[in-house]
Design a protein around this ligand. Sequence first.
Ligand code: PMP
Length: 412
Amino acid sequence: MTLDAAKLRREFPILDQLVNDEPLVYLDNAATTQKPQAVLDALTAYYQHDNANVHRGVHTLAERATHAYEGAREKVRRFINAKESAEVLFTRGTTTSLNWIAKSFGDAFVEAGDEIVISYMEHHSNIIPWQQLAARKQAKLVYIDVTADGFLDLEDARRKIGPKTKIVAIAHVSNVLGVINPVAELTQLAHENGGIMVIDGAQSTPHMPVDVQALDCDFYAFSGHKMCGPTGIGVLYGKRAWLDRMEPVEFGGEMIDFVNLYDSTWKELPWKFEAGTPNIAGGIALGAAIDYLTAIGMQTIHEYEQSLVDYALPKLLAIDGLTVYGPQDPAHHTGVIAFNLEGLHPHDVATALDMEGVAVRAGHHCAQPLLNYLKVPATARASFYFYNTKEDADRLVDAILATKEFFQHGPI
Ligand code: PMP
């Protein structure tokens, strides 16, 4: 099945605007995606009709809000094929999810001398919580290499994941190299060595089917705002076997069963982790985003985006002086395309593209260790979603060519 991107994009009101007198081409989807009308409507409908606090109230609005919020949790469960909705924790996003694992699992299970294995291509959110944990526990942080052609080095992973490994934490898809990592193999390696597998799904969950049971990972983290949902809501999936044995990271209302003067007991999963009034509207709207994506089909989205990469990547690689980071073969590159133009700073490139109405990102993409590893201070990055079209790819290529021309010869 294929999708009609031109039709779908009309459901995203923000995309219908001029930027610097040009129709907007939004190619910063790895940073955040735009929201369809259905998601905007879900947010408004909740505040207009159902707004009430969840779990505590007995009145009608409270019941409606609770039903919708817990219904959204069940939608997430189905979306990632978790065994039970108790394994789906709502968080603020991937960063919070990863911090919770590092704090809660780390405090309970990591000991001095244990090893935490990550890779050179991780986002800062999948580095710093582990640095902090390693420092707290006198554990060792170990980095898996990236090959010269932009893949995670599985041979190196086999060398580095061993009996001392307690945690392996790897991005499913790199937010710079655009490569899909072999997370199922890494999970198996981690388990064979008695460790657990944490997957940073920030760049995968929005773009491809994810099945946490098939992957057999112990934890999986992702953000609502990168998959048509609102900001401030995300998910931490964890196997019950671990979550049951972990302590909450935050304490307060909503997460308790009984509060005595000097001690308290916690609610059952998932609520024991969710202290305080949650992001109710965000959870409900994430549920609407999941409905929206599911109606299109995650496999359809994945295949369509790959067809865009098949189209765009060779055109970009054909531009003289343009370097693309990560695999050069479209078959191994997702819609996250980081690049540089010889002799130009990526910030200048992104500013020039913006003048043509093309929104891309420039900078270190929260992956400074990777950029140091690649020996580049920064890159520009175009990132596609299912509402982008081949025309958008053409506009990107034309704008890059115009930018090159401008900086070589001045305005025409
Ligand atoms: N990991 C990866 C791979 C990412 O791309 C991002 C977002 N750029 C994050 C983690 C952090 O996500 P958030 O800012 O939504 O917490």
